[in-house]
Design a protein around this ligand. Structure first.
Ligand code: NAD
Length: 485
C-alpha cells in the first residue's frame, strides 16, 4: 500500500533513491510545509542517466505491444490510486477537486490513447529496381522538465510519447509540485522494466544539469519562455532535440452579437480556469464596444458567485496561487495597475494572510502597452479591453511575442472564422476553449514554443527519421569460380 501522505523518494533504475539534501513542499492554501523531498545531486543525475541508457539498449528493441502495455500499466496505476492522486494534487498544487479530477483522469485517458498511436514506416518507393522506406527510430534518453500548474498531466504528455516510441525517460517535476510525480515513479517501480521510467527531484539547477548532460538525447520542456531560452542555449552543447512548450498571452475576441449574460461564464472560465495559472488562459479579453459594458458587468456578477478558498473544500471554485514567488509576482501586477490609476471593475485589494490567495481582479480597459496587457501575469488578474474596428483588434491580438492560443466568440460564424483565421497562435478556438485531445497537435507559435505535443506530430518529435534504401538490381559482376583443390 502506497502511503500518499509521507515518504517521498526518487525512482532510479526501478529502485528507491534518497538524496543527502532535502527540499520542502508546501500546501499553498495554508503556506505550511507538508512534505520533504530529495534534492538530487549531480552525481545522482549521472547515475540516473546511466541507468536510463542501459534500459534504452533493451527498450529500443521492445515491441509496439510491450510499449503499449507499459503505457496502459502506468494508466492502471494512476486509475487504481486516482482518489489519492486527486487529494495529493489538490494539497500540493492548490487546485479544487474538479480540476484535480480532470487532470488525473485526463492523464489516464492520455496514456491509454497514446498507447494506441503508432508511426508506421513510410514507403517512398517500391519498384522492381529499388525499395525506399522512411522509418522512425527512438532517440535515446529523454529528459522531461515539468512546471507546477498541471504537474501530472504535463508529465504524462511527455512520458507517454517518449516510452511509446522506444525511448527511456527521466522526469523532473517542478520543485514546487514534486509529490504526485514522485508517487507515480514509486508506483511504476514494479510495473515497468528498471531504468525505463525514472523520476528525480530537485531545484532549477537539476533542470540545468539535465539540459547540459551529454547522455540525454532530448529535452521535453514546459515552462516560462525565458527558461526555455536557457534550455535551448544549454542543450546546444550536445545538439539535443527539443520540444519547448512555453508561455502565452492568449487573446479572446468577443463580437458585438453575443448575449452578455450567456457568454459571461464561458469567458470567466476561459480566463480563470486553474486560477488563471494556465498557459492557455485568456490573458487579454477584447470585447466589442457595443457590448463592452454589459459583458463586463455580467463578468463581475458571475465572478462574485465563485468561491475562492482551499481547494480541498467541496464548494471552492478557485484555489490559491501555487507558490510564494508567483504570489508576489501577481501582486506586482495588481500594484502596477493601482499605481498607474487603472480602474478595477472587480478585486484589486489584497489581504495578506494564511495561504497565497488573490481575489479575482478585472481591470477595466487599461492601455494596450500596460504591463498587465503586454506580459503574462499567470494569476487571476485580467485586462478587459474595448475594440471597435475588426482589422485593429486583429492587429492588437497579434501584437505580442507570444503565440500559444487564441479564441473568438460570436453568433456570426463567418465573422468568427474570418477573424480566427488571421490569428497567430498554435491553437485557435472558435466559440469554445480549452478543448484538447491526444489526437490534436498542441504547441506554440513565435516565442510560445518550438515543436508540439500530442497527435502523430507530437509522437514524431520523440524520434529520428531514418531513410533506408535498397538497390535490387545491383550488379556485383560474376563471382569467380572456386579453384579446384
Ligand atoms: P519555469 O520555467 O520557472 O519552470 C519550469 C521547469 O523548469 C521547472 O521544473 C523548473 O525547475 C525548471 N527550470 C528552471 N530553470 C531551469 C533551467 N535554467 N534549466 C532547466 N530547467 C529549469 O516555469 P513555471 O513557473 O513552473 O511554469 C509557468 C510557465 O509555464 C508559464 O510561462 C506558462 O505559460 C508555461 N506553461 C506553458 C505550457 C505550454 O504547454 N505551452 C503549459 C504550462 C505552463
Amino acid at each position: 500500500m502506497i502511503n500518499f501522505n509521507r515518504d517521498y523518494s526518487m525512482t532510479v533504475d526501478g529502485r528507491v533513491v534518497d538524496a543527502p539534501a532535502i527540499l520542502p513542499a508546501f500546501d499553498p492554501a495554508t503556506g505550511k510545509e507538508i512534505a520533504r523531498v530529495p534534492d538530487a545531486t549531480r552525481s545522482q543525475l549521472d547515475a540516473c542517466v546511466q541507468a536510463a541508457q542501459r534500459a534504452y539498449s533493451m527498450w529500443k528493441s521492445s515491441s509496439r505491444e510491450q510499449r503499449s502495455n507499459a503505457l496502459n500499466a502506468i494508466a492502471d496505476q494512476i486509475e487504481q490510486h486516482a482518489k489519492e492522486f486527486m487529494a495529493l494534487l489538490t494539497r500540493e498544487q492548490g487546485k479544487p477537486r474538479a480540476g484535480a479530477e480532470w487532470e488525473i483522469l485526463g492523464s489516464v485517458h492520455w496514456l491509454r490513447k497514446i498507447a494506441e498511436q503508432a508511426l508506421p514506416e513510410e514507403t517512398v518507393e517500391e519498384t522492381p529496381d529499388r525499395r525506399v522506406i522512411t522509418r522512425f527510430t527512438p532517440l535515446g534518453v529523454v529528459g522531461a522538465i515539468v512546471p507546477w500548474n498541471f504537474p501530472v498531466l504535463l508529465a504524462v504528455w511527455k512520458i507517454a510519447p517518449a516510452l511509446a516510441t522506444g525511448n527511456t525517460i527521466i522526469v523532473k517535476p517542478s520543485p514546487f509540485t514534486p509529490l504526485c510525480t514522485l508517487k507515480l515513479g514509486e508506483l511504476c517501480r514494479t510495473v515497468l522494466p528498471p531504468g525505463v521510467f525514472n523520476v528525480v527531484s530537485g531545484g532549477d539547477e537539476l533542470g540545468k544539469w539535465m539540459t547540459e548532460h551529454p547522455g540525454i538525447a532530448k529535452i521535453a520542456f514546459t515552462g516560462h519562455t525565458e527558461t526555455g531560452k536557457h534550455v535551448m542555449r544549454s542543450a546546444a552543447g550536445s545538439l539535443k532535440r527539443l520540444t519547448l512548450e512555453l508561455g502565452g498571452n492568449d487573446p479572446a475576441i468577443v463580437l458585438p452579437d453575443v448575449d452578455p449574460k450567456a457568454i459571461a461564464p464561458k469567458l470567466f472560465w476561459a480566463a480563470f480556469q486553474n486560477n488563471a495559472q494556465f498557459c492557455n488562459a485568456t490573458k487579454r479579453l477584447y470585447v466589442h464596444e457595443d457590448v463592452y459594458e454589459a459583458v463586463l458587468n455580467e463578468l463581475v456578477a458571475y465572478a462574485r458567485t465563485q468561491k475562492i478558498g482551499n481547494g480541498a473544500d467541496p464548494d471552492t471554485a478557485l484555489g490559491p496561487i501555487q507558490n510564494s514567488p508567483q504570489y508576489e509576482k501577481v501582486l506586482e501586477y495588481v500594484e502596477d495597475c493601482r499605481k498607474n490609476g487603472y480602474r478595477f471593475a472587480l478585486g484589486g485589494e489584497i489581504k495578506r494572510g494564511h495561504g497565497w490567495f488573490v481575489p479575482v481582479t478585472l481591470v477595466d480597459n487599461p492601455p494596450e502597452n500596460s504591463r498587465v496587457v503586454r506580459e503574462e501575469p499567470f494569476g487571476p488578474i485580467l485586462p478587459v479591453l474595448r475594440w471597435r474596428d475588426e482589422a485593429d483588434v486583429i492587429r492588437r491580438a497579434n501584437h505580442t511575442e507570444y503565440g500559444l492560443g487564441a479564441s473568438v466568440w460570436g453568433k456570426d460564424i463567418k465573422a468568427v472564422e474570418r477573424i480566427g483565421s488571421q490569428l497567430e497562435a498554435g491553437t485557435v478556438w472558435l466559440n469554445e476553449i480549452h478543448q484538447y485531445s491526444p489526437e490534436q497537435a498542441f504547441g506554440g507559435h513565435k516565442q510560445s514554443g518550438i515543436g508540439c505535443e500530442n497527435s502523430l506530430h507530437g509522437l514524431m518529435e520523440y524520434t529520428n527519421w531514418q531513410t533506408i534504401t535498397l538497390n535490387r538490381k545491383v550488379d556485383f559482376g560474376r563471382t569467380a569460380a572456386p579453384k579446384a583443390a
